[in-house]
Design a binder for this molecule. Structure first.
Ligand SMILES: Cc1cc2nc3c(=O)[nH]c(=O)nc-3n(C[C@H](O)[C@H](O)[C@H](O)COP(=O)(O)OP(=O)(O)OC[C@H]3O[C@@H](n4cnc5c(N)ncnc54)[C@H](O)[C@@H]3O)c2cc1C
Ligand SMILES: Cc1cnn(-c2ccc(OCc3ccccc3)c(C(=O)O)c2)c1-c1ccc(Cl)c(F)c1
Length: 455
């Protein structure tokens, strides 16, 4: 029942975008008993081979797991597919490596999951609900959100399909057509930023026995200041390697010799793992993709339309939180449906009024990480801070949660994670200042004693 008089009003919802967030949101709405029509531009991902140019695997952490748990898919993803990464395995330039566990006490970890596998699983799960229909090869080309009107073009036949809905959910990614419509309304704030770095995926194949060539249960990171490279493990014992570099650098590596020299200088240990020929082939087969951060608000048009996921808050991938934040949107939206008994005017307004602070916060955290990893990772003070963080966390796990751990291993709102970090900075700076004052006072006293001959 979702109405005052105890009856149930079945809503007619159209979800635009059958990616990770759209297909998850369809499940949440279906479970509430509403009619869901999911329109996706691409063909059914369950029938297509690996889509090029998209991060082939992703780090799933607690915020995303919590959403999957609500629709009964967390256990499957964690126990039958995801590969646990219990720490970061940092690769030094000399090829040596060291491991920093995420949480040696509670053994918390993040999971490497296949993007297409997860997307296919979410779509497959929606087949269990007869109130969900899926339409692939449908591109949203026009809409009148206030009237609940949408116009799709079928990408194969070019035929136009017109649709009406009580509610339109835009989960159509960073370049969202639904957001473009919402942008036309007054009082809509919008900001986008392309960063100078692009990314390119490479692959470390399984070894000759079909096993992993590197320790599998870690997020492998090659931090090199201006550039960084990461590797996440796949089910088939291969690794998806993502190289992040300024586009100027990608352009400068325009022949095989320059490419090999660059890898020999910065990522020497990765060359035998990837294989010289494969490195050259994969690098020149693709081109670097851009990275964009989008901040906007509000996310709704009255009680008619709402954007979620990357359509609402695309973030740079330097915290591994984009999908997790989009999945968290679904959890929060479901809580609001529950709280307001499917009263859309209240739900959409409260979602817009409250969610933007946390999505802006994770956007800032990811951008800060991008800058931090580029500039600070080589500075001893940065690594010292990380070491101090880990020691105090070990001593007082309830009070002192390192920023990365609170973002990745808790559902503390992103804004609160930042406030905790600011408090920690204050405490650290004050105690370091205090420590500094005490040591210099003690030092001065000894110098005074020694030279003034008080002894
Ligand atoms: C290099 C890289 C690494 C990443 N790593 C991680 C990670 O480790 N962990 C993590 O949590 N996140 C990660 N992310 C972020 C994550 O990929 C995104 O946050 C997530 O895919 C957002 O899902 P979405 O469904 O909102 O958007 P998308 O995945 O972009 O899906 C949008 C869907 O809408 C469809 N669509 C678009 N326009 C239309 C239209 N007009 N009509 C109909 N359909 C349309 C598209 O075809 C697509 O299927 C990474 C991103 C990148 C780029
Ligand atoms: C996909 C994913 C999931 N989590 N993280 C992540 C991010 C930041 C981290 O710390 C800051 C830091 C690590 C290493 C060097 C300096 C700072 C850590 C960590 O501490 O393990 C983990 C990533 C990721 C995404 C892109 C790049 Cl380039 C990357 F390196 C990691």
């Amino acid at each position: 029942a979702n109405l005052e008089n105890g009856t149930f009003k079945k809503l007619d919802v159209v979800v635009v975008g059958g990616g990770l967030v759209g297909s998850l949101e369809a499940l949440f709405l279906a479970k509430r008993g509403h009619r869901v029509r999911l329109y996706e531009y691409r063909e059914d991902i369950r029938n297509t081979p690996q889509a090029r140019g998209r991060s082939i695997n992703l780090a799933l952490s607690i915020r995303g797991r919590t959403a999957l748990r609500e629709v009964g898919l967390e256990d499957h993803m964690i126990n039958n597919h995801g590969i646990p990464m219990k720490g970061r395995n940092i690769h030094r330039i000399d090829g040596s490596t060291y491991i920093i566990p995420y949480d040696s006490r509670t053994k918390q970890c993040i999971y490497s999951v296949g993007r297409n596998y997860l997307n296919g699983l979410l779509l497959q799960e929606s087949e269990k609900y007869e109130n969900v229909e899926r339409f692939f090869n449908h591109k949203l080309i026009a809409s009148n959100l206030r009237k609940g009107f949408l116009s799709f073009q079928k990408t194969d036949t070019k035929e136009i399909v017109e649709v009406n809905a009580d509610l339109i959910i835009g989960a159509d990614g960073a370049f969202s057509a639904v957001r473009k419509e919402i942008m036309k309304q007054p009082l809509f704030d919008y900001n986008q930023k392309y960063i100078e770095h692009g990314y390119l995926e490479l692959c470390i194949p399984p070894d000759s026995n079909g096993g992993f060539q590197m320790p599998p249960n870690y997020l492998h990171i090659w931090p090199r200041g201006e550039f960084m490279m990461i590797a996440l493990p796949n089910q088939d014992c291969s690794w998806t390697v993502t190289l992040f570099m300024p586009f100027t650098h990608f352009k400068s590596l325009d022949n095989e010799d320059k490419l090999l020299k660059f890898f020999e200088k910065y990522f020497p240990d990765s060359i035998p793992l990837i294989g010289k020929q494969k490195l050259i082939a994969d690098y020149f087969a693709g081109s670097a993709s851009p990275l964009i951060a989008i901040k906007c608000r509000p996310y709704n048009v009255e009680d008619k339309a709402l954007i979620i996921g990357d359509a609402a808050h695309a973030v740079v991938p330097f915290y591994g939180q984009g999908m997790n934040a989009g999945f968290e949107d679904c959890t929060i939206l479901n809580q609001l449906f529950q709280k307001h008994h499917d009263d859309l005017a209240k739900i959409l307004k409260e979602f817009s009024d409250t969610r933007w602070e946390d999505t802006f916060a994770i956007s800032d955290l990811a951008m800060y990480n991008y800058i931090e990893m580029r500039d600070l990772v080589t500075r001893p003070s940065y690594l010292l801070r990380k070491a101090i963080d880990d020691v105090i966390f070990w001593l007082m796990p309830k009070v002192w949660i390192p920023l990365y751990n609170s973002v990745t291993f808790s559902t503390i709102p992103y804004t609160q994670c930042i406030k905790n970090r600011q408090w920690q900075d204050k405490v650290l700076n004050r105690s370091l200042l205090f420590l500094g004052t005490v040591t210099s006072a003690v030092g001065a006293f000894y110098v005074y004693k020694k030279f003034v001959g008080l002894s």
